[in-house]
Design a protein around this ligand. Sequence first.
Ligand code: TMP
Length: 219
Amino acid sequence: MTRGRLILFEGLDRTGKTTQSEALLKYLNLQGDQSSSSKRCELIKFPERSTPIGKLINNYLVDKSFKLPDQSIHLLFSSNRWELTEQIKSSLQKGNDVLLDRYVFSGIAYSLAKDTERMDFDWCLSPDIGLIKPDLTIFLTTDSDISTSNQINNRSGFGAERYEKSDFQLKVKAKFDIVFNYFFKDYTKSSSATTSNMYTSSDGITTLLKVNVIDKDIP
Ligand code: TMP
């Protein structure tokens, strides 16, 4: 039996990851229904808020008065990925595709954006070492910092959770560039608002598609 594909959607808050991953889920499941195989596709969104660790993370995100050291919440996010690892592996082994909405790259980029002393890149990456690698990473982003700030700020519901502040999101965007430069060969900032670029990781396994958010709600 061929192992299923692990496909990851990454990006800033409110850039369309959930919409795109749900659309792909629907598409792949429709294809599955039409073929003779019984393969199913599943979507896992990180943080997965229903697990014991996920519940703590959810409290931290929705209740801005809930205090945790930056190191602790970073480790909880990573721990939450480990909680789901066996489930992901077992689905892939059954031949099912698994879609992820956020994963390790968010973990590093968001924590680096806090500029916490001694929480450098290696520190942030280390608890995730050994997690299963995505076969494809799709990074949803915007080109200019001004459009990032305006687009994200105008999405409905923006601001409800802890990290939904446009100045923080701009910092995260810069950190995503550092993270993707590290993991993906030849990753550079795109200069055109309409191009999609693909980059291959240095081990040749993972591809990053840098696409721009097309946001119809914004005039
Ligand atoms: P969500 O909006 O995609 O549910 O993610 C919740 C927030 O958690 C979002 O602002 C990104 C942040 N986050 C981290 O800081 N570290 C992580 O490892 C993950 C998965 C998310």
